[in-house]
Ligand binder design. Structure first.
Ligand code: GDP
Length: 484
């Protein structure tokens, strides 16, 4: 019965959304990506560009002057935090620092006044929904019992480099008897060590991406609640938990996690999106090695799976996605010379194509782009011996270290970013993998430097445009057709 009520409620809301959409055309744009992929920076730059007339030659409606005005408006969902646009912008422009990253869902509404290609004046409402990509990786949990999830995540934690990272958790696990009476302290420790292990996997050196349960790393406002305090146990996947046991307690909390965390997110937010951009920090994965690349590929496949929930599954009535365009964007392309931007796209396309074919995605079009939402570097040719080498100029953030030198946050340096390998097979197939190749003439390894946001010069009191790479192309794909 509760499922029927739920379904009626959802149909009613879908109808309301639809009715609203008829009089007031709205696009709900989801912005997601794993932690540190660049969501906050992307949204801030996008809103700034739209409201302050950014330089977007490929975004046709703006470039041809058909967009008269874009302005912020109060958002429709009362229970969702507002995206702190003004604060993030101030940090980016006035402090020349990067804003605080996404840790929870947030939303922002933009109203765009534009002229149709035919000449008529129209309005498009753009609701931007920012949420951690980690949350999407939770979807498969809905179809898994506690025992199945335990078996899978323990098997994973015993493989390759993960085993070392999970050592402390494994040691604690060995002291736990699933059939012993429930024990809050042992559970707290297990959850903490399991979370530490997940976090270690996210460490830059490994940059692994496939880490459900997503909320353990991105708890939002649920940190510390019982629904987030459990861990896998060594239990038989067809066994049953004795009453009052540790096993039964973990199992109950795992089910609570699905009920109060996973389902509501998919039902209330995900299923209402129309367009989706998935930001990917592909460069970090390349630099971390083939293991991280394979993880990233698996994570992207997992994310794509969320968009293809078939009409025939039990999940379909609750979460049938209506997204019809998905853009995968490799971020921070300003760490590479522009000669490598297309190659970065190729690498991401290859990763995504594999994932698309695996998930038999139907009904949505998928594209790939390499972007820098805020371009922190400039390009130059720098003399090296007899050669002039293509390099990038940027100001490393204070405290960044390269080659024994600690930067003060004010000094601009020229770096030779290295090329993405042309041999993509080599990139994916372990063995010869070396990450980005740097020029042998330059021993300084600047590849991991974090640059400060660019210094902008204000002319005549007007707010300057933020420099970017291909942000306009991303916008054209995501909403260009809705502004025709
Ligand atoms: P989120 O966790 O997805 O919200 O990620 P953020 O938007 O906070 O970005 C994480 C970090 O990546 C930032 O603090 C910056 O250091 C870096 N970053 C994000 N976007 C860009 C970009 O366009 N260019 C450069 N150079 N760095 C970026």
């Amino acid at each position: 019965l509760s499922e029927l009520v739920e379904e009626a409620r959802l149909s009613a809301r879908a109808l309301l959304d639809y009715g609203d959409g008829l009089f007031n055309p709205t696009v709900r744009l989801g912005v997601t990506g794993l932690s540190r992929a660049g969501k906050t920076v992307f949204i801030t730059a996008l809103v700034h560009g739209l409201t302050r007339g950014g330089r977007f030659p490929v975004f046709e409606s703006l470039a041809t002057g058909r967009i008269a005005k874009a302005r912020l408006a109060p958002q429709p969902d009362d229970a969702v935090p507002r995206f702190a646009y003004e604060e993030h912008l101030r940090t980016l422009i006035d402090d020349r620092s990067w804003p605080n990253s996404t840790t929870d869902i947030s939303e922002l509404r933009l109203v765009i006044d534009y002229q149709r290609a035919s000449g008529a004046d129209r309005k498009l409402t753009l609701d931007i929904v920012d949420y951690p990509g980690e949350w999407l990786l939770d979807l498969p949990l809905l179809g898994k019992s506690y025992e199945e999830w335990s078996a899978e995540s323990l098997a994973l934690s015993r493989q390759g480099p993960r085993a070392t990272l999970a050592a402390a958790f494994h040691a604690h696990l060995a002291t736990l008897d699933p059939n012993a009476p429930e024990n809050e302290q042992a559970t707290l420790i297990a959850a903490r060590l399991f979370t530490d292990y997940l976090r270690a996997c996210r460490d830059e050196r490994f940059a692994m991406s496939l880490l459900p349960p997503g909320r353990f790393l991105m708890p939002g406002n649920l940190a510390g609640s019982p629904a987030l305090t459990f861990a896998p146990l060594d239990v038989a996947s067809d066994g049953s938990a004795p009453d009052g046991s540790l096993w039964a307690m973990m199992k109950r909390r795992y089910e609570a996690y699905k009920d109060v965390v996973v389902r509501p997110f998919f039902r209330d937010h995900f299923s209402r999106l129309d367009r989706q951009i998935v930001l990917v920090d592909a460069l970090s994965a390349f630099n971390a090695g083939p293991e991280a690349l394979h993880d990233l590929e698996a994570a992207l496949a997992g994310i794509l799976d969320c968009f293809r929930i078939g009409r025939s599954t039990i999940l379909s009535t609750l979460f049938r996605p209506r997204v019809d365009r998905i853009l995968f964007a490799a971020t921070k392309a300003d760490h590479l010379h522009h000669l490598s931007h297309d190659r970065l796209e190729d690498v991401l396309r290859r990763t995504v194509t594999k994932a698309v074919s695996r998930s038999e995605l139907a009904g949505a079009s998928v594209d790939v782009v390499a972007i820098a939402a805020v371009r922190a570097t400039k390009e130059a040719l720098v003399q090296r011996g007899r050669d002039k080498l293509p390099s990038i100029l940027g100001t490393p953030a204070a405290g960044e270290v390269a080659n024994g030198e600690t930067f003060d946050g004010e000094t601009e340096v020229a770096t030779f970013p290295g090329d993405l390998p042309t041999d993509l097979d080599g990139l994916f197939e372990g063995g010869s993998f070396r990450g980005l190749s740097t020029d042998a003439a330059d021993k300084t390894d600047y590849r991991f430097l974090r640059f400060r946001p660019p210094l902008l010069t204000r002319g005549g009191g007007e707010e300057p445009a933020l420099p970017h790479i291909r942000l306009d192309r991303a916008l054209q794909f995501l909403i260009g057709d809705r502004l025709q």
